[in-house]
Design a protein around this ligand. Sequence first.
Ligand SMILES: [Zn+2]
Length: 457
Amino acid sequence: MSSYKFVISLLLYCFVCYSQNTDTIDVYYYQSIVNKIINYGLQEGKAYEMLEELTSIGPRLSGSIESWKAIKWAEKKMLTLGFENVHIQPVTVPHWIRGQVEEAYIVNGKEKLSICALGGSIATSDGGIIAEVIEVRSIEELQQKKEQAKGKIIFWNRHMDKSKFNQGSAYGEAAFQRTQGAIEAARVGGLASISRSLTTAYDDVPHTGVMYYNDSLPKVPAAAISTKSADYLSQKLKNDSHLKVYLKLTCQTLPDTISANVIGEIRGTEKPEEIIVLGGHIDSWDKGTGAHDDGAGCVHVIEALRILKDLNLRPKRTIRAVMFINEENGLRGGNAYAENLLKSEKHIFALESDAGGFTPRGFGITADSITFEKIRKLESFLKTIDVDRISKGGGGVDISPLGKLGVPTAGLRVDGHKYFDYHHSDNDTVDKVHPRELELGAIEIAIFVYLISELGL
Ligand SMILES: [Zn+2]
């Protein structure tokens, strides 16, 4: 470069630094690193390959042999990739198993209904349950019909609201029937709870998920029913309000067992005691193979660190990957991590990817307004790959205990329109994940946390 060009470049550089008003962000320097991360990730990405490895283990419900195999896979992967301080953190987890039989049909005609047990449900008696059915869409409606509900199977048929753009909030509104259905059924003397699957997909695949009991009420079996079977049963009930349904489940809860979080990191060069945590959850439900939920989040995190490491981008602050156990039915991994923080360390930021491996959009952030504004200044670096939507409100279940301790939290935002088609069901398999979309999530995280590790919060 000629000296003339050098002076012009220097002047331009100073002007850019000044005009950005971002303290001392060296825009040219960091943009060149961002470009490197993007090029390398898109050319040499390993996220999908890792997701294939992880999901080939099978579904990974807490306490299962597969979940332990996944923990060992993650530990070995981090060691192979040269992460530092790789270790597992023991966590005691619940151990529920589905059992061999889950069956339901309309007694008259033996017409099969597509159901599956909800996670945590008790079994039916060996002979199953045969009872009339009452259909409701809300707890209030069940209360109004409580005299008719006694001795019946409570059939919750609340649809997820398709008209909501944000399907996460539609899920949140309809989730009570799965989580509270058995409690409310028991409260009115019902024999079992069957709830419409939390999806807008119209198919014959039931979606499982966590459910709860209230210790002061009897426990009744709880199942999810596919959207097609729910509509079919609803139609049949219109013609015959006395029809009977047979339900049999053989699931059971075993004693708690030992499991683990998996942890690895790239140590910071200047402030290693300042920690940026990246999380995904290594457990999944026992339907499908947990590809989007949350195999994608796990490989996002490992891949983000791998890219930084391969590019020899040593961060100033420590970037730590945590594969949390037991997000789906207990949060024991997230709690164990937050309860065992080292006094010598300061967690400055926590990010979770648990929205699936779809095209990324940006981040949702929960932080005080000063921190939020600092983070928002990074938007321009994320524009190159169209992931610059940084908005208020976000985090993740596993990092919520850190949030309660005052750590700013973030959640990866993705295009979420298909997520609930797959969520907690046999549909959640690796073929539903697009390699390029998945990789872009890891690239976005790598850029974001590298910049935070350089600039601090
Ligand atoms: Zn999840």
